[in-house]
Design a protein around this ligand. Structure first.
Ligand code: HEC
Length: 173
């Protein structure tokens, strides 16, 4: 009986310990949208390059992006909409969770900017088509915040030949 009581006592003590366990990961909900986009852009795991090539391409004549060189990759979810050659399927609509990252690169080969498209319908920073637009420097500082909802981007990215905003097929057929 004495044993049983002390066991009960121990369970009681520990059962009442309400100190929360330390959170191993920061809550993703506490990241700003720009920080989330930056995390996406930095990771290359699971991404597929446009036309399956990581070669740097000269930016197209239609590009509103300043850097002379660039290359574009699609995360695993977005890559479901690439064809066997690594081009975007005609008339594709990218599913939620898609991330498209364009790396803008200087003539010297240094990364100068990430341009990011993230499909997340209903996200507070998503536009009418469910895309969140990011423009983030390699050090994580924000060039154009996602809270702008692509105001500086959409008119150019809705030009004829876009596929769910994506322009690579048009300019790099
Ligand atoms: C004046 C036109 C223009 C504007 C403005 C523009 N873009 Fe682009 N963007 C392009 C073109 C053209 C491409 C195809 C690759 C290239 O030539 O650079 C492209 C490619 C991209 C890509 C790779 C996927 C794709 O569409 O092929 C992303 C991501 C992107 N842009 C994001 C942005 C963001 C974010 C903004 C606004 C901050 C923006 N763009 C503003 C023309 C524009």
């Amino acid at each position: 009986m004495k044993h049983f009581l002390s066991l009960y006592f121990i369970v009681f003590i520990f059962g009442c310990d309400t100190t929360p366990a330390p959170d191993p990961d920061p809550d993703p909900d506490e990241r700003t949208t720009d920080e989330t986009l930056y995390d996406f852009a930095k990771s290359t795991t699971g991404y597929v390059w446009y036309k399956k090539s990581d070669l740097l391409l000269p930016k197209s004549s239609g590009s509103g992006h300043t850097a002379p060189l660039m290359r574009t990759r699609f995360n695993a979810t977005a890559s479901a909409k690439l064809d066997a050659a690594g081009k975007v399927q005609p008339n594709a609509t990218f599913p939620d969770g898609s991330v498209v990252v364009k790396e803008l690169v200087t003539s010297g080969g240094d990364l100068s900017l990430y341009a990011i498209l993230y499909k997340k319908s209903g996200h507070p920073d998503a536009d009418a088509k469910g895309w969140v637009w990011g423009y983030i420097n390699p050090d994580g500082s924000v060039r154009i915040s996602a809270s702008q909802k692509g105001a500086a981007c959409i008119s150019c990215h809705t030009q004829s030949g876009n596929i769910d905003y994506v322009l690579m097929n048009k300019f790099f057929p």
